[in-house]
Design a binder for this molecule. Structure first.
Ligand SMILES: NC(=O)c1ccc[n+]([C@@H]2O[C@H](COP(=O)([O-])OP(=O)(O)OC[C@H]3O[C@@H](n4cnc5c(N)ncnc54)[C@H](O)[C@@H]3O)[C@@H](O)[C@H]2O)c1
Length: 285
């Protein structure tokens, strides 16, 4: 497929480009600054500008025609990097522009980065149950999470208006690339530090593979799915962490060892996602 990757210069973009390229896809990146990464050309495009997004998606002198699919990763990736309003506006408007331009141009597949935050991070209100699945009520507590919730609502409506369009919302847990694992020791000593996301994470290589699977899978309509590692970021037993930090929250089903408290079971069922990387082998990355 010919695929446009927005936010191609970012953490997830950098991980996704080689995986998509190795799978034989032809790629063009879009980001705030032009450049070339891993042999993939990135065009300068501000995704909050509808005209720029429509222009980029409709082709160009150097990039062929309308692409087959979009991987939309551009945005402000967490609360606290910009003002709440800027985070909300950047993420919500860019996601609207991507969905709307894709629908107008007849692009049939958009995969985009939603987020675990939609589930209720930082869990000042405890979750209703664990491990968390997509059945858990959406409970965004930050403007960032609200932007992702609205993105998913837009995905549901755009696919309803355009039955030929499939949108996949990947609810990524906190993405770890090699250097990020250095922060793990502190969490091991003091697990309360990462109570805010139920000690979940996802290796950037698994997140990138999820992008590929979601772009290639046979799916219809709007599909949302959690993308997390198989284990939690600490060696402490997950059942123990729940009993200590969230007493009274029902634990559903078996919770072996330090199994993740964010379930990726739906992603396994729908796109064949199986996380392969863990902090346990982070030294090898
Ligand atoms: N990193 C995580 O832990 C995490 C977890 C869940 C979801 N996500 C989501 O994944 C996506 C990618 O995150 P990341 O970690 O790669 O972030 P990142 O900040 O490393 O990359 C985002 C990229 O988007 C670009 N960008 C920002 N605003 C833009 C705009 N208006 N137009 C075009 N490009 C723009 C930035 O220049 C950057 O290269 C984001 O939507 C983020 O919310 C990230």
């Amino acid at each position: 497929m010919q695929i446009i990757v927005t936010g191609s210069a970012g953490k997830l973009g950098r991980a996704a480009l080689p995986v998509l390229k190795a799978a034989g896809h032809r790629l063009t990146g879009l980001d705030l600054r032009a450049g070339t990464a891993g042999g993939v050309r990135t065009l300068a495009c501000d995704c909050t500008d509808f005209g720029e997004v429509l222009g980029a998606f409709s082709g160009g002198d150097t990039m062929g025609g309308v692409p087959d699919a979009i991987l939309h990763l551009a945005g402000i990736p967490m609360p606290g990097l910009a003002t709440d309003q800027k985070t909300f506006a950047t993420n919500t408007i860019s996601t609207y522009n991507v969905f709307s331009a894709a629908a107008r141009l007849g692009i049939k597949r958009v995969v985009w980065a939603s987020s675990e935050t939609i589930l209720g991070l930082p869990f000042s209100t405890p979750p209703d149950f664990a491990p968390l699945t997509e059945e858990h009520p959406d409970r965004p507590e930050w403007s960032y999470g609200l932007s992702k919730k609205l993105g998913e609502s837009m995905a549901a409506e755009f696919t309803r208006w355009n039955p030929a369009l499939t949108i996949v919302s990947l609810r990524f847990s906190n993405v770890f690339e090699a250097a990020d694992y250095a922060q793990r020791d502190a969490v091991e000593r003091k697990p309360a530090i990462r109570k805010f996301n139920l000690w979940s994470y996802v290796d950037a290589r698994d997140a990138a593979e999820a992008c590929r699977l979601a772009l290639e899978a046979d799916l219809r309509g709007h599909q949302k799915m959690i993308i997390a590692a198989a284990d939690s970021i600490v060696s402490h037993a997950s059942a123990e962490l729940m009993a200590t930090h969230f007493p009274g929250v029902p634990v559903r089903g078996p919770l072996e060892g330090n199994a993740s408290l964010l379930s990726s079971a739906r992603a396994k069922q729908l796109i064949g996602y199986e996380p392969r990387h863990s902090w346990r082998e982070a030294g090898d990355t």
